[in-house]
Design a binder for this molecule. Structure first.
Ligand code: HEM
Length: 302
């Protein structure tokens, strides 16, 4: 969660200060926890805590916007791109409420999704040592040609073709968003099924990703299946069409960099093999959080 949160805050608002990140993450976690709670403003309830946290978060973000407007800071990031619209015609400007809503939407949409995808990837790689070893080989061959601690270049990322397939296969199998909703704007017929205007239709990504007619042996974790092209609409972890996920590239990149650092630096064991899922989460993840013990490839345990 922390890796995903820090990456999001850096990309969106260039926040890298550890104590500010900690404070923001605490508030965003309380807001996310409140999303599925019963909306009553009684002190002590999750909803109450979430609303209080939202107020605090908004105060912090507003202060950030004010500093930017006073030209004290103007880094190149998502927040700045929204503030740059201040000079646009009135109907194209974003007011502060819209800017704040956009920031919160992206943080909430991006953190727990990316974090649980990373968690499933760690789990799948632990269960499939051949895949893990092949991924490690690819990553080490890229690292060997780079100075220690150097950041990745676009070229490096392009060379992680097996790593990208591991990310893809993780997203196929983990189905971070199990389904997503649409509303029919008109009466229509799809494959013989009549759908009436106004009906809510859920696109069932899990069903598609586990369909043996589309994916041979769908329960096996096999990144090489993506050596071949997929049929249109058969791979939809990020949705499809005009409402496709806005964070596709951010999510895939965060996952790729994480598994690259993990496999090139460490081996690991999963400490808790319990497969029960977290009940309160709106995104499937293990209740245990999948704790692991890392062993450095160069030294002993950490
Ligand atoms: C592994 C991580 C992620 C997964 C699996 C995921 C998946 C999805 C899915 C399935 C949708 C619905 C698409 C549709 O209705 O067709 C969606 C929408 C969205 N996602 Fe993501 N997402 C991820 C990460 C992110 C990140 C990192 C961000 C932000 C940087 C983000 C921002 C959004 C937004 C803003 C929408 C709404 C788009 C709209 O309605 O126009 N997501 N995502």
């Amino acid at each position: 969660m922390k890796v995903a949160f820090d990456a999001m805050c850096d990309m969106l608002m260039s926040v890298i200060d550890a104590s500010l990140l900690e404070q923001l993450e605490r508030d965003v976690t309380a807001i996310s926890d409140a999303m599925l709670s019963f909306p009553v403003m009684i002190p002590g309830t999750r909803y109450y805590q979430g609303m209080k946290a939202r107020k605090k978060l908004m105060k912090n973000l507003k202060a950030m916007i004010k500093r930017r407007r006073n030209r004290k800071e103007s880094p190149e990031d998502f927040l700045q791109s929204m503030l740059d619209r201040d000079s646009y015609p009135p109907n194209e400007k974003l007011d502060d409420e819209e800017i704040l809503d956009n920031l919160l939407t992206l943080i909430v949409a991006g953190q727990s999704t990316t974090a649980s995808a990373i968690m499933w990837c760690v789990k799948f790689l632990d269960e499939n040592k051949e895949v893990q070893n092949r991924l490690r080989e690819e990553q080490l061959s890229i690292m060997r040609n780079k100075p220690k601690e150097a950041l990745f270049s676009h070229e490096d990322l392009k060379n992680m073709s097996y790593g990208s397939k591991v990310v893809k296969e993780t997203l196929r199998m983990s189905n971070v968003l199990l389904w997503y909703p649409r509303v029919a704007l008109d009466d229509c017929t799809i494959e013989g099924f009549e759908i009436k205007k106004g009906w809510h239709v859920n696109v069932d990504a899990t069903h598609i990703h586990y369909n043996p007619a589309i994916y041979k042996d769908p329960l096996s974790f096999n990144p090489s299946r993506f050596d071949e092209m997929q049929k249109p609409y058969s791979y939809i972890p990020f949705g499809s069409g005009p409402r496709t996920c806005l964070g596709i590239n951010m999510a895939k990149l965060t996952m790729l960099v994480f598994i690259s650092r993990l496999t090139s630096g460490y081996t690991w064991t999963v400490d808790d093999q319990d497969l029960s899922l977290e009940k309160k989460a709106h995104i499937p993840r293990l209740r245990s959080g999948c704790p692991i013990t890392l062993k450095s490839l160069n030294s002993g345990n950490i």
